[in-house]
Design a protein. Structure first.
Length: 358
């Protein structure tokens, strides 16, 4: 097939006007040239005739077998230049045929804006799927938490994975991971607990309790954070801690405590003397230092698992200083009523204190 015939068939193919017979001729011409190019020349290995894909895409234009190979290449180049100029001004034919598009693929992909968008979309899709796959492969395992809740009247000792000990008070909840795998040792507390933390400067110990975070390296401290009370307290027995909320922070040493008032969102620092006021409950002691009767009643309810009510709300504001070393509830109530000038009535676990206040 001469070059004029080849160009004519290609022109008709690109303009989508070629007949089935003309398309078949173009297919035969293409496969004949492909077969010829696969054969090695004399005294040369077959590999020396394997051309790079980019060369194939711009030179796969066979001509008549009677012309010498050097002349073929020259004619192929001329044909390709004509074809390339024409391909740039037309769209890919919509007709679906079996004719291989390898010989025009390079020109179409580079010059057709639609195909450029398709390539970009395909690359983006591949990157998205790769990112998703990488995320799932590298996704850290879900943290498994242990949760311990003490009802009213119950106290327990909890050993944490790092060897630290937590003395969990009544009506309190502690949540901690089965293993401290991250850069910190973080636990969550609702209620009251005393912490004896193993020292580890490389992995700080964090206690999340409502609006406060307490950070330590190794120390002994008490956190009292009952959600239904007016304040949260962090008292340091030994060592140093940092207590923060959303707007401020305080640094505490031994015999110092942080007090966070829920209503005012204020965090302050105070000193205290009696250590047993913050760790005596571990051994059953109840120590009150200038504590309101309302707060004392809440403590007794949790400690003895009872429900104490004051008939006169004014009694809530009375302040009492007292210490009870593993005393029965009846003895504690007698001391409290004597101070208030009141009396109490008990029915099962429900107790009502009647009086006019302090």
């Amino acid at each position: 097939m001469n070059t004029e015939r080849v160009q004519h068939l290609i022109d008709k193919y690109l303009s989508n006007t070629a007949t089935e017979d003309e398309i078949r001729q173009l297919e035969q011409w293409y496969y004949a040239y492909e077969s010829k190019m696969d054969k090695p020349a004399p005294n040369q290995s077959g590999d020396s005739h394997i051309r790079d894909q980019e060369i194939l895409l711009t030179n796969e234009m066979p001509i008549d077998n009677e012309i010498h190979l050097d002349n073929e290449i020259h004619l192929e180049t001329e044909i390709w230049e004509n074809i390339q100029a024409k391909v740039e001004s037309v769209e890919r034919p919509k007709r679906q045929t079996s004719f291989p598009h390898v010989w025009i693929r390079n020109s179409l992909l580079l010059n057709n804006p639609v195909n450029r968008w398709q390539m970009a979309a395909a690359i983006l899709l591949i990157l998205c799927f790769s990112g998703i796959a990488l995320y799932w492969l590298q996704k850290p395992e879900a943290i498994v938490y242990t949760q311990i809740y003490n009802p009213a009247g119950k106290r327990t000792v909890v050993s944490l994975p790092d060897g630290s000990k937590v003395y969990l008070n009544a009506a309190s909840l502690l949540r901690y991971p089965a293993q401290f795998t991250g850069r910190t040792r973080e636990v969550y507390l609702e209620g009251e607990a005393f912490f004896e933390v193993m020292k580890n400067p490389d992995k700080p110990f964090l206690v999340q309790s409502g609006q406060l975070q307490t950070k330590v390296l190794g120390t002994g401290f008490n956190v009292k954070a009952y959600p239904n009370e007016e304040k949260t307290e962090v008292a340091v027995i030994h060592g140093k801690v940092r207590v923060t909320n959303a707007t401020s922070q305080v640094f505490l040493n031994a015999h110092q405590k942080a007090v966070y008032h829920h209503k005012t969102d204020k965090l302050s620092q105070e000193a205290f003397q009696d250590l047993q006021a913050y760790q005596g409950w571990i051994t059953g002691q109840l120590v009150f230092e200038k504590t309101s009767v309302g707060e004392i009643v809440a403590t007794l309810n949790r400690h003895y698992n009872v429900s104490i009510e004051l008939s006169n709300a004014q009694m809530n504001q009375c302040v009492l200083k007292a210490r009870f070393d593993n005393k029965p509830l009846s003895e504690v109530l007698t001391v409290l009523c004597t101070y208030l000038g009141a009396r109490y009535k008990q029915t099962g676990r429900k107790i009502t204190i009647h009086g006019n206040g302090c």
